[in-house]
Write a protein that binds this ligand. Structure first.
Ligand SMILES: [Zn+2]
Length: 436
């Protein structure tokens, strides 16, 4: 855990430097660690749905140190005060299916055909910065090229690049002839090759393993229903990863492939385009997480695909998959499958007048979640899935200080997330629209 969120260490170190007294020779009374207080806002407890009005949120260094009503929560002397009157404070948003280096079929993708790894790194760094600015303070990367993702994560942790906290699966692992190759997927056959691939990714710094166990929308002619991996290959992946404390997720649209993966002890399923009630019940029983990425198959995304010049076969495929994907999501919500939000688009990608992350949450409400459940799917649920529920996912003393402020109550209407005005990550104010 320390390794994956080591970015916090940097902020503490910066905070400890405090004011420069050596230059003036004067004694100062300022605290050594920077202290901030966000006052006047309404804090949403995403676990219970309770709201603390006229709250004081105290941040010391990179963590929350006190959260409560103004009447009982004093603002520490010397704290810098951030006004949040009329705003609702919610934990920083978390998006669990992201490719910062995403390349999709079509014109925009074709223009990247000769992209070097140096160019890719800069493009990914720009995407990371834009994601954080938009309010997404944690992402899980589910397949990137050349371990640029792991270099980017380290650069963000060191403070060289601005971006969200990154949990990454490194390069995705698949069978020969499997799903796609644009997001850094490597081919293997048989349990021995899969074991080696898993160990190689973990050695490189991956904190998840991503496998592709069925075809996908972006696989021309690839069958979404097909189960690519054999049970011995699946078990080799889960057992090897779990021995090293690393979780495994799978790209899957296929009920048959998902059934096999759940039997092999997989931790999470991505997309789930064609999942049936029977398979979703198996996931519920096993506690398997589901990251729906519903956005990629729904009408709100059409202008996005047109903008990037997607070919007609791709648009037809999106439409064909959309209805069954929607049914799978509705059933998953009905059955109580654990859901963490993910988009399979850049977290901040414009969609339907908002960003992809928020539009995805709105779709969850349309499909049967309460606004609070949708909020949980973007905060405490991902934190729990990542195994960092003690560190992230709620605004509570002791946790890393990641939050956003919005102009309406998101427990009443999830679209309140369209109005993000303040972004704080690790106690640092990334963006404050009111300060200008
Ligand atoms: Zn993806």
């Amino acid at each position: 855990m320390m390794r994956t969120i080591s970015g916090s260490v940097l902020y503490v170190a910066v905070g400890l430097l405090g004011p420069v007294t050596a230059l003036t020779g004067q004694e100062r009374t300022e605290p050594a660690i920077s202290v901030k207080a966000i006052v006047g806002g309404s804090v949403v407890d995403v676990e219970s749905g309770r709201v603390i009005h006229n709250a004081v949120v105290v941040i010391e260094g990179d963590r929350f140190s006190a959260v409560g009503p103004a009447s009982t929560t004093p603002v520490p002397d010397g704290a810098s005060v951030i006004r949040a009157d009329g705003m609702w404070l919610v934990p920083g948003l978390m998006n669990m299916h992201v490719h910062f280096g995403l390349v999709l079929p079509g014109q925009a993708g074709a223009e990247l055909a000769n992209e070097t790894e140096a160019e890719l790194a800069l493009r990914m760094a720009a995407a990371a910065r834009a994601s954080l600015w938009a309010g997404v303070t944690t992402v899980r990367l589910t397949g990137e090229r050349g371990h640029v993702d792991l270099a980017l994560k380290r650069a963000i942790d060191r403070g060289e690049v601005q971006g969200p906290r990154i949990f990454s699966a490194g390069e995705a692992i698949q069978v020969t002839g499997g799903h796609g190759s644009s997001v850094g997927e490597i081919a293997n056959d048989g349990p021995y090759e899969f074991r080696k691939a898993v160990r190689r990714e973990i050695r490189a710094g991956a904190s998840w393993i991503k496998i592709a166990i069925s075809g996908g929308i972006a696989t021309p002619g690839g069958d979404i229903s097909a189960a690519y991996m054999t049970p011995d290959e699946l078990s080799a992946v889960t057992e090897t990863a779990h021995r090293l404390g690393v979780k495994v997720t799978a790209h899957s649209g296929s009920p048959a492939a998902t059934r096999d993966a759940v039997a092999a002890g997989i931790d999470c399923i991505e997309h789930g385009y064609f999942l049936t009630p029977e398979v979703l019940r198996l996931m519920k029983e096993a506690g398997t997480w589901f990251v729906p990425t519903i956005l990629v198959s729904q009408p709100a995304t059409r202008p996005f695909f047109e903008r990037i010049g997607s070919p007609p076969w791709y648009l037809a495929r999106v439409e064909a998959v959309g209805k069954r994907h929607w049914d799978a999501l509705r059933t998953a919500i009905d059955e109580g499958v654990r859901i963490a939000l993910g988009t399979d688009q850049l977290p901040h990608e414009p969609n339907d007048g908002t960003i992809a992350t928020v539009r995805e949450a709105e779709y969850y409400v349309d499909a049967g979640m309460t606004p609070l459940q949708a909020l949980q799917s973007a905060t405490i649920a991902p934190a729990t899935m990542l195994g960092v529920g003690e560190e992230l996912g709620t605004i509570a003393p002791g946790k890393l200080a990641d939050l956003v402020a919005v102009e309406a109550d998101p427990t009443q209407d999830i679209s309140a997330l369209r109005t993000i005005r303040l972004v704080v990550k690790g106690g640092e104010v990334v963006r404050n629209d009111r300060a200008h």
